[in-house]
Design a protein around this ligand. Structure first.
Ligand SMILES: O=C(O)c1ccccc1NCC(=O)[C@H](O)[C@H](O)COP(=O)(O)O
Length: 217
């Protein structure tokens, strides 16, 4: 399994295009109005239609209704939905797009995971009153074992300085970054994005090398 990078909180076309040029697999668009990274569905649609088709676009929603999810999918043509505090987990099965169920883990509080209709799970650090984009880090060595790493988006305080440590400790399907890739909320720092994408690619190459070596032994 290769690990991918997701850059969350895209608000500007030019930045989105440059991030895609770096080969970043997932771009997140935040439809939660209280986020400093909020983007309207109209603007997201304009950006998404000018991105290469291979980019995995993700819409971030907090406590959405089923109707809202369906409208956003139709209007923006976004490919994935990342959902916080769902009103009804059974709605996941009614959505015509893969769902990333987002959970925020509290330090010292046990979290037991049960799969509902989601395809992926995002784990982030809990911060009272704020759903995400806090820059707060999880304890990577104590993540719930029942979340399969091939379905895991690892989020929370990841930046160019600690990304290799996060990759090595967890080996998730996707590393998710918002504030660690910014100059200011919603303004991406392309050098930070490049540095993290390079680290992810090197990490994947090292996995290929190890697999080859194991095959030769
Ligand atoms: O980024 C936000 O402002 C946000 C607000 C409400 C819900 C989710 C939000 N972000 C979602 C993400 O996927 C972030 O990438 C994730 O929380 C990690 O953020 P950071 O710790 O800043 O890298």
């Amino acid at each position: 399994m290769f690990t991918h990078l997701k850059i969350c909180g895209i608000t500007r076309l030019e930045e989105a295009q440059k991030i895609a040029e770096l080969g970043v697999s997932f771009l997140g668009f935040n439809f939660y109005e209280r986020s400093p990274r909020f983007v309207t569905t109209g603007r997201a649609r304009e950006i998404i239609r000018q991105l290469p088709a291979w980019v995995n676009t993700v819409g971030i929603l907090v406590r959405p209704t089923l109707r809202e999810c369906l409208q956003i999918l139709k209007h923006t043509e976004i490919k994935f939905l990342q959902i916080y505090d769902p009103l009804d987990f059974t709605d996941f099965n009614r959505l015509p797009a893969p769902v990333i169920a987002a959970f925020r883990l509290k330090d010292g509080v046990e979290f037991s995971y049960q799969r509902r209709g989601e395809q992926y799970v995002l784990l982030d650090a809990f911060h009272s009153g704020v759903y995400g984009g806090t820059g707060r880090t999880l304890n990577w060595l104590q993540l719930p074992a029942e979340v399969p790493r091939e379905r895991l988006f690892l989020a929370g305080g990841i930046n160019p300085d600690n990304i290799l440590k996060a990759l090595t400790a967890v080996n998730p399907a996707v590393i998710d970054v918002a504030s660690g890739a910014e100059r200011a909320p919603g303004v991406k720092d392309l050098e930070k994005v490049r540095a993290m994408q390079m680290t992810v690619l090197s990490f994947n190459l090292a996995k290929i090398d190890r697999a080859k070596q194991n095959g030769n032994n």
